[in-house]
Design a protein around this ligand. Structure first.
Ligand code: R2B
Ligand code: URA
Length: 300
């Protein structure tokens, strides 16, 4: 597909022939919403798995970036009655949930890319603020992804399109990863590290767990694979990174993936961290990314 098909954050020659567009899963339409008025000033998009966490992220960023916020910030879920995802706008930041796994996230990304294109938003950076299983790191450590790899430890995202297997490179901007990492300070009570992230198609067998309902390998097989991942530079495992890297690369949107490791998979399979601690862990990526966004807004 040639560059003529690229308009805003899309890569689709059919896009410009559409007279109206209903973004079904976020319940926003070009015919009922003035997208330019509502979203043209968006510069940062934060996405993460759960609805509740992305409301907390919106509230946290509204407070941390208060000098860049309107006088009153409205925490109304912009997806209204969609009941699939939530999305909040706080000043120049969108905070939205994407559910679990690449298929769910890819639906949200397609609709956010189109939303921002209809709105004429420019120079947008997207962050996934996620949870993950750490590899050889202390629980609570934040990993900023340098390379997103699939279950074969390759930096590709596989899709089946019109009956054909299609591989897209999962490319991430190293400069942003390093800049985000550098937002961690020695005063934080957790570490921020750079590392590769493995994207799994499931939580149990696909992540080498022994505690799923189905498992046809030995504990030794599991540790051999996790050690191989660790030796390849992988520091955490989650379920969205290759999709995010490949899809944002396709539309030229800058992206970073910042996930907290909830446990060390070289020691455990079950996530047994107390719930208050988990909630505190889960806000750590937002703390780091909040500082990065503040720095960028101060520089602008
Ligand atoms: C991390 O946590 C979820 C699974 O528990 C999944 O969305 C992911 O990537
Ligand atoms: N999310 C994952 O995908 N894996 C984990 O081990 C923890 C959170």
């Amino acid at each position: 597909m040639d560059s003529k098909s690229k308009q805003g954050y899309t890569d689709n020659p059919h896009f410009e022939t559409m007279s109206s567009d209903f973004l079904y899963h976020i319940n926003i339409s070009t015919s009922s919403h003035d997208l330019k008025k509502l979203f043209s000033d968006v510069k940062f998009v934060c996405i993460g798995g759960s609805n509740g966490r992305m409301l907390n992220v919106a509230k946290y960023l509204a407070k941390e970036l208060s000098s860049y916020m309107p006088e009153t910030v409205d925490f109304t879920d912009l997806t209204g009655s969609s009941d699939r995802f939530v999305m909040y706008k706080v000043g120049p930041v969108l905070s939205a949930s994407h559910g679990m796994g690449v298929p769910s996230m890819s639906i949200l990304l397609n609709e956010i890319f189109k939303l921002l294109t209809h709105a004429g938003a420019k120079d947008v950076t997207i962050f996934r603020l996620g949870s993950s299983g750490g590899l050889g790191i202390k629980p609570g450590t934040v990993v900023v992804t340098t390379e997103a790899v699939n279950g074969e430890i390759k930096p590709v995202y596989e899709q089946f399109i019109l009956g054909k297997r299609c591989e897209r490179a999962s490319v991430l901007d190293q400069r942003i990863a390093e800049d985000v990492k550098s937002c961690g300070t020695s005063e934080d009570d957790f570490e921020v590290v750079l590392g590769k992230t493995m994207c799994a198609g499931g939580f149990y067998e696909e992540q080498g767990r022994l505690d799923g309902a189905i498992c046809h390998y030995t504990a030794e097989d599991k540790f051999t694979f996790l050690q191989k991942l660790y030796d390849s530079g992988v520091r955490n495992i989650e379920m969205e990174c290759t999709g995010l890297a490949a899809l944002t690369n396709q539309v030229n949107m800058k992206a970073a993936i910042v996930c907290v490791g909830l446990l060390n998979r070289l020691e455990n399979d079950q996530v047994t961290t107390p719930v208050e601690k988990l909630h505190e862990f889960e806000m750590r990526p937002a703390k780091i990314v909040g500082r990065y966004i503040k720095k960028k807004l101060d520089e602008a």
